[in-house]
Design a binder for this molecule. Structure first.
Ligand code: 4AD
Ligand code: MG
Length: 455
């Protein structure tokens, strides 16, 4: 059944044909519809006009012959400028050669706002540099490619939350204004909180450890902030993170959760956003393999492979045992598999204060980083959490964290402490990988980066 709603009777509508959207216009084949959108581009060939319209759901080519429409309609169409807003009436016709499978034989047009020639739309169909486009991000999002990426992003976020919602998790969102650090003190954005210092959150983890001990399985989903002065293609200063936290969960349980979660997200995108993947030219065969189980690799084994790769000349720098992986290391590692690889048990000293040491050997932390394939690097980071009161107090001291601010967090180990674990997945890193993008700046509507705060 076509979803019908009457065309607007006020303002600029000229017809009574039902309002359709381009994505589902096939339902109206052979009938007249109203489209509300913008002129994306146009072509002219003598007495024929080929305006291409977009409406946010897709693009469709219109056809108007000088003899098939009223002279006023032909003139209006002929004079349309790029990105002028229009309401168009026309008959839907199937055409195998058309990109979406349909064309529109234009019957009528009402111009809502005509972009003047004296101040034309700045993003023309020719190539522009990335800086030029980022400076005009508020308009760039209209391009078919950018729109497709934002649609895929929305599906990734929907599926990411759906997975938890349908598996017994309760969403408990933590505060964004916090009194202390979670992921290291050097990377905080300070805020003046009525004369006292506060910080924008780096992760909701500490707070959802509390709600996990209240509700069992929880997750949070919101913006997080990192002030590190990193200028890589993977870093944003503001990004979205989805974080599950589970009481009575160990590292193995956490890895199983992560591989099922990521597989669900990728399979949902393949199912629900196939057209958009097509639009951006993503090789879908690279996504179809994303199913559990994912390979698991100890940090030590990963280091061995990196050193072998260095000896073969595939990596410039030798890897120094005990370090966190650098970008080139992650890129190389993640390029070795056709699905994400889960690197676990890093040396405890390079990892966060809250990570539980391996009872088999406390030099290692019970943690996991999931590296996306095709060289995309870390998209998920998580761990089992320290559950002993004594050890956690010691760690807070050793890391020179303010003991007072962490008293509530220590309470979680004073009153009914249990083994528990969780991870954070960065949405933008996931979008970059699933869309096959070079840089995270195109994965979020308005990127915040070291040198970008506008628009
Ligand atoms: O590895 P991270 O720093 O882990 C945490 O914040 C934990 N407290 C999460 C937890 O256990 N609940 O960050 C988690 C993920 C990374 O794997 C990455 O995908 C993303 O967040 N991320 C960033 N994304 C974009 N820009 C940045 N600057 C990011 N920093 C981390
Ligand atoms: Mg990490």
């Amino acid at each position: 059944m076509p979803e019908e709603s009457a065309a607007p009777t006020t303002g600029t509508s000229t017809t009574s044909a039902p309002v359709a959207t381009i994505a589902t216009i096939g339902q109206y084949e052979g009938r007249s519809v109203t489209l509300r959108g913008w002129l994306y581009n146009s072509r002219e060939s003598g007495k024929l006009l080929f305006p291409i319209f977009r409406d946010g759901t897709g693009t469709i080519q219109g056809v108007a012959h000088v003899k098939s429409v009223a002279p006023r309609v032909f003139e209006d169409l002929k004079n349309l400028t790029q990105e002028s807003s229009v309401i168009v009436a026309g008959k839907v016709r199937a055409d195998k050669r058309a990109p979406g499978g349909y064309e529109l034989d234009v019957e009528d047009v009402a111009v809502v706002q005509r972009v003047p020639e004296s101040d034309p739309y700045p993003i023309t169909p020719k190539e522009h540099g990335v800086d030029f486009l980022m400076e005009r991000r508020h308009l760039w999002v209209r391009s078919p490619r950018q729109s497709a990426i934002l649609r895929i992003r929305a599906e990734i976020m929907r599926a990411a939350a759906e997975f938890f919602d349908s598996n017994g998790f309760i969403r408990t969102d933590p505060p964004i204004l916090t009194p202390a650090a979670c992921e290291g003190t050097s990377t905080l954005f300070p805020v003046d909180y009525f004369g006292d210092p506060a910080y924008l959150t780096q992760s909701g983890q500490l707070y959802i450890e509390s709600t996990a001990l209240a509700l069992g399985k929880v997750y949070s989903f919101g913006p997080t902030f990192r002030a590190e002065k990193s200028k890589t293609r993977r870093h944003l200063t503001e990004f979205w993170m989805i974080e599950p936290e589970v009481a009575y969960c160990d590292l193995d349980g956490l890895m199983e959760l992560a591989e099922n979660h990521l597989s669900h997200i990728v399979q949902s995108v393949l199912r629900n956003r196939a057209a958009e993947l097509e639009t951006i030219g993503r090789d879908k065969s690279k996504l179809e393999t994303i199913k559990p189980p994912f390979p698991r690799l100890r940090y030590d084994e990963a280091v061995e492979r990196l050193n072998e790769a260095h000896k073969r000349g595939e990596l410039e720098q030798p890897f120094e045992y005990g370090n966190d992986f650098g970008s080139p290391d992650e890129t190389w590692l993640s390029a070795q598999y056709d699905r994400p690889v889960m690197v676990h048990r890093y040396p405890a000293e390079v990892k966060a204060f809250y990570m539980e040491p391996d009872p088999a050997d406390p030099r290692w932390a019970l943690c996991v980083d999931v590296l996306a394939p095709e060289g995309y690097g870390e998209i998920v980071g998580g761990s089992q959490r320290v559950s002993s009161f004594e050890l956690l107090s010691r760690r807070i001291e050793q890391h020179h964290l303010p003991m007072e601010a962490f008293q509530w967090y220590l309470d979680l180990r004073r009153y009914g402490s249990v083994p528990h674990a969780g991870y954070g997945m960065g949405i933008e890193r996931a979008v970059a990988w699933i869309c096959g993008l070079e840089h995270v700046r195109e994965t979020i509507p308005f990127a915040r980066m070291l040198h970008r705060m506008y628009p």
